[in-house]
Design a protein around this ligand. Structure first.
Ligand code: BES
Ligand code: MN
Ligand code: ZN
Length: 498
């Protein structure tokens, strides 16, 4: 799909769909006034009818509008004095309605809307990301053909964003560029995440990573179990022992910065199916544990976005990937394993496997002498209880890094909320039988999981993002969200311009 800048005469432009923002109150923009004049007050008529009220998120498609050349006119409510939330709501509603039509081309005038707190670059980025989001479908495993298949897809091929004013163009262009890169990164993360566990195995993910050598110029290395054994990754390997699918440790490097510049390391949990192991999970909604690799998928998304933007920064992505299944060879409660760091871990619950694969990946990351390490994981159900779906849990032992990530989340509209990693919680991991247990009891489960990881990060600037509540949606609209690719990419963009 192509998204570009335009400055066309909106009354005469031939497009499948013309999108305009409508104020909830009567005060309409110059663009709307032009349309009103050409259409003999079409918009006023619609507002009077009550079918459409101009509130943020409301939208209506008018087919064959008389007086203008567009085949459809899509009115989108922007409310009254729109803020960033209103604008984002309008951008998503517009993209959603647009994809419901069979339009192939569209012209959006939404970037002309003035929004308090948003510059032209942000507006363009929000509009472009909304279009990528609305276009995403996961129909590759459905067998329907011909028209049915076409109808299930979004037909959109070209969108022009109307600049309104030549002075806005440089920032709008930059916003389109970022929006496209982030939109593609989010879509890649979603596509990998929505795949079922029988197709998306550790080996499959490793194969997908290798494709990024050619498509994105990344350097990719995949360690097999023999190599991991040589590195003494006893925690990671203890998890994959219970599965017939061999574990893979995937590393992807994007080198946009100076040679020798310390990289940002992103580590993503790539558990392609989590049945819990011997501490088996209950059956309800267990299918959703195919999403236990969403952290890994977000690393794919952020690295490809960085490469597409040609960021002047070095970034390393590490994805430890395994299944967690019950088996005769699987971890048993009470087993003690030795991690790559040399620290011993008593496995009191085999379902707390994420931290076991992550701790070895974190130790492995030391060899890159990173400027910062951020791990991303669907780590705990407790984080979902604490924060629900709106916020990713942010844990860090470095205030500066934590604040940086919080701000990126706000800016990218992909928010995180900070949780403690205080020493007081560490004692919940004590055990008489090893250096630590892999669970910390009933209370503060998301915090004790982070505390466990913190024990392997002493030498680093480290942050942990628990995305258990944000990486996918359940219910009728079940599907991956692609979070936190937007947050991570914003972080990389900021680091590259420092
Ligand atoms: N992948 C799960 C966490 C999870 C559960 C994410 C539900 C999203 C929804 C993780 O491996 C896990 O099972 N964690 C356990 C930890 C517990 C045994 C301490 C959990 O949260 O129940
Ligand atoms: Mn688990
Ligand atoms: Zn898990």
């Amino acid at each position: 799909m192509k998204i570009q800048l335009s400055s066309v005469d909106i009354v005469n432009t031939r497009t499948d769909c013309l999108i305009i923002g409508i104020n909830e109150k009567a005060e309409q923009s110059a663009t709307v006034r032009k349309i009103e004049k050409a259409t003999n007050r079409l918009v006023e008529g619609i507002l009077d009818s009550g079918d459409f009220n101009g509130r943020p998120g409301s939208a209506i498609v008018i087919p064959k509008p008389q007086g203008i050349n567009a085949k459809r006119l899509l009115l989108v409510g922007i409310g009254d004095k729109p803020d960033a939330d209103d604008f984002a709501a309008a951008a998503s509603a517009a993209a959603r309605e647009l994809c419901k039509t069979r339009s192939i081309s569209a012209v959006s005038t939404l970037p002309e809307v003035s929004v308090s707190g948003l510059d032209n670059k942000s507006k363009a980025r929000i509009v472009v990301q909304a279009i990528h989001n609305a276009r995403y479908r996961f129909i590759q495993l459905k067998t329907m053909k011909g028209k049915a298949r076409k109808d299930a897809q979004c037909s959109l091929a070209r969108v022009s964003l109307q600049s309104g004013n030549i002075r806005n163009e440089p920032l709008l262009k930059e916003g389109i560029r970022e929006g496209n890169a982030i939109g593609n990164g989010v879509a890649l993360a979603k596509r990998l995440s929505d795949l079922p566990g029988n197709l998306c195995t550790p080996s499959f993910l490793a194969g997908e990573a290798k494709k990024l050598v050619r498509t994105h110029g990344l350097k990719v290395q995949v360690l097999d179990e023999a190599k991991m054994k040589a590195l003494k990754m006893g925690a990671l390997l203890s998890v994959s022992r219970g599965s017939r699918e061999p574990a893979k440790l995937i590393t992807m490097e994007y080198q946009g910065g100076k040679r020798g510049q310390a990289p940002v390391v992103l580590i993503g949990k790539g558990l392609t199916f989590d049945a819990g192991g011997i501490s088996l999970k209950p059956a309800g909604a267990m299918d959703e544990m195919k999403y236990d690799m969403c952290g890994g998928a977000s690393v794919f998304g952020a690295l490809t976005a960085a490469a597409e933007l040609k960021l002047k920064l070095n970034v390393v992505g590490i994805v430890p990937s395994s299944e967690n299944l019950p088996d005769g060879a699987a971890n048993k409660p009470g087993d003690v394993v030795t991690s790559m760091s040399g620290k011993t871990i008593e496995i009191l619950n085999t379902d707390a496997e994420g931290r076991l694969i992550l701790c070895d990946a974190i130790t492995y990351a030391e060899r890159y002498s990173p400027s910062a390490v951020i791990d991303i994981a669907t780590l705990t159900g407790a984080c979902v209880v604490a924060l629900g779906n709106p916020a990713t849990g942010l844990f860090s032992t470095d205030d500066q890094l934590a604040n940086e990530l919080l701000e990126c989340g706000e800016n990218a509209r992909d928010r995180a909320w900070r949780m403690p990693v205080w020493k007081e919680y560490q004692k919940q991991l004590n055990t008489p039988f090893a250096d630590m247990a892999n669970i910390g009891g009933r209370t503060a489960g998301a915090v004790t999981a982070a505390c466990f990881l913190a024990r392997f990060t002493e030498s680093m600037k480290w942050a942990h993002l628990d995305i258990a509540g944000t990486a996918w949606q359940s219910g009728a609209n079940k599907g991956a969200t692609g979070r936190p690719v937007s947050l991570l990419t914003r972080f990389l963009i900021n680091r590259a311009s420092d």
